[in-house]
Design a protein around this ligand. Sequence first.
Ligand code: ADP
Ligand code: MG
Length: 265
Amino acid sequence: MNAAASPTLLLEHFLKQLRLPTLLRDYKAVAQVCAQERTDYPVYLLRLVERELIERERKAAERRVKSACFPVLKTLESFDFTAQPSLNQSLVRELMQGEYIERRENILLLGNSGTGKTHLGTALGFSACSQGRKVRFFTVTGLVTQLLECREERTLKRFHKQLERLDLVILDELGYVPFSKAGAELLFEVIGQAYEHHSLMVTTNLAFEEWTEIFGSERLTGALLDRLTHRCHILEANGESYRLRQARKRSNGKPSSRQDSNPQE
Ligand code: ADP
Ligand code: MG
């Protein structure tokens, strides 16, 4: 390519080769602005490089959120703490900072169905993603199914290696469905491994006394609770179900069913 004949063509070719898409997209527009403002060359370069960096960060965060596999995207802004007064709000806000992950501490979210456990778990996970941390969300049932499949296909080791690289693993809905002995043992391995490598967040509607029923063995449950609750933050939501409350609010003062309503309406 002849640089003298077409410097911009060559520049664009090099920027592509160097994988600097934002520079490629913006260099002309930023040059115009800088010319108008009479800024010097280092400032021009700085502005471009800054844009490239910001865009790279944004894309990386997007990728982290995608690979975390959240079922829905929920944030703390949409969480109404007044609806769940038993919940330790200041602890939730502190955990949003993500420092517990550096210390490899765990979170246990306890509460009945509809009390916002999945909402909070997702919000905490999302916040960890935006802080540059690698997160993966599983429902317990989904994870156990995946573990059993991996065992069948002899890919368990690879799967564990993938988990090892994460900073935070979220296990949602422990206790809704009981699992087989093999499933319990495989899940136990994941929890044991987390103890060595990363933080774990578990949401559950079970009281500790009920865990044995789910895992089958008292010895296994004891060992598991021991690992999980060592260095652990416990968040408890024991208010009423948010869904139920909303449904009640909606139907307040209104006829309770279609048959009761005025057909003329
Ligand atoms: P759980 O996982 O404890 O069963 P969810 O987190 O799935 O409960 O909550 C059920 C629904 O109610 C979700 O849509 C969630 O966003 C909403 N929700 C629950 N608690 C609150 C709250 N305190 N403020 C706002 N929305 C809430
Ligand atoms: Mg849930």
